[in-house]
Design a binder for this molecule. Structure first.
Ligand SMILES: *[C@@H]1O[C@H](CO)[C@@H](O)[C@H](O)[C@H]1NC(C)=O
Ligand SMILES: *[C@@H]1O[C@H](CO)[C@@H](O)[C@H](O)[C@H]1NC(C)=O
Ligand SMILES: *[C@@H]1O[C@H](CO)[C@@H](O)[C@H](O)[C@H]1NC(C)=O
Ligand SMILES: *[C@@H]1O[C@H](CO)[C@@H](O)[C@H](O)[C@H]1NC(C)=O
Ligand SMILES: [Cu+2]
Length: 234
């Protein structure tokens, strides 16, 4: 039944040429999209999400079957604007979280294990005291955000996550769309993140931002999943 709803909605939207949901397929550097899967790790999950019944899988790091060895590492400047293309577009209501993790060596060799992930950006819903709830990324074909100026130079995984909430009122049925780029940061301020988490580990299927109802009553608050956006040491 749940997948019926999802596929029914999808079926209507597939008239736009979508195949099944969407992927984050290309890194955007200084306003320019790079090639699909050039700097973003390819994976074996096609356009499908990971559902919130699977919050302990290591696939939550960079998606199912994503490995770095086929992927190049993009030079980027701390403090610059980067992003991800959405292929073809976001057509669920949900929120965005972006994390980074410093690789001990090359980003291409890093599996994202350890207490290493820090949040750098988020897009919560727009609320107004229970009158309405709006998701500004609906229909988005790209998501852009600033890299922190304060971070240390080095190679990182840059992970975007879209958490679709249209079925989040069913336990385990919120949907995570995930992509990881490999980046080599220069020009940074040398700071270390003050708040890091492990992925998996940061999320649970019953978190208030993951198991919740966006429809009735219209929420007056929304608790973003995971840690707050990190600060950096001087
Ligand atoms: C990575 O490259 C290998 C060798 O070309 C290929 O067999 C494999 O399917 C690729 N994996 C992904 C996830 O693209
Ligand atoms: C991406 O991975 C899929 C699934 O393994 C594979 O079919 C496809 O050829 C890969 N694309 C690239 C550009 O590596
Ligand atoms: C997610 O959980 C379901 C039910 O336990 C399981 O069948 C499926 O293989 C899991 N998927 C992943 C990617 O872990
Ligand atoms: C998304 O795009 C469709 C088709 O252009 C449009 O009908 C719909 O109103 C848009 N939704 C939002 C929330 O912008
Ligand atoms: Cu869906």
């Amino acid at each position: 039944m749940l997948s019926f709803i999802c596929y029914f909605v999808f079926g209507l939207l597939s008239l736009r040429g979508a195949f099944a949901h969407w992927v984050f397929s290309a890194l955007i550097v200084d306003g320019e999209a790079t090639e699909n899967w050039q700097y973003v790790r390819n994976h074996t999950n096609a356009e499908y999400p990971i559902k919130s019944e699977n919050m302990t899988t290591t696939d939550m790091r960079c998606n199912v079957g994503a490995v770095g060895t086929n992927t190049s590492t993009a030079p980027v400047k701390a403090g610059s604007t980067v992003g991800f293309t959405v292929n073809p577009l976001i057509f669920h209501s949900g929120v965005v979280d972006v994390y980074m993790a410093r690789a001990p060596g090359k980003a291409a060799d890093f599996d994202g294990s350890g207490d290493v992930w820090f949040k750098i950006y988020e897009i919560p819903p727009v609320l107004d005291g229970g009158e309405s709830i709006e998701f500004s990324t609906f229909n988005a074909t790209q998501i852009e955000f600033p890299l922190p100026a304060a971070i240390e130079d080095g190679e990182y995984l840059l992970r975007i996550e879209f958490l679709a909430l249209h079925l989040a009122n069913y336990l385990g049925k919120a949907e995570f769309y995930i992509g990881c780029a490999q980046v080599a940061v220069t020009g940074g301020g040398g700071g270390k993140p003050t708040k890091t988490v492990a992925i998996p580990g940061a999320y649970s299927s019953t978190d208030p931002g993951i198991y919740m109802n966006i429809y009735t009553p219209i929420p007056t608050v929304y608790v973003m999943p995971g840690p707050p956006i990190s600060d950096f040491t001087q």
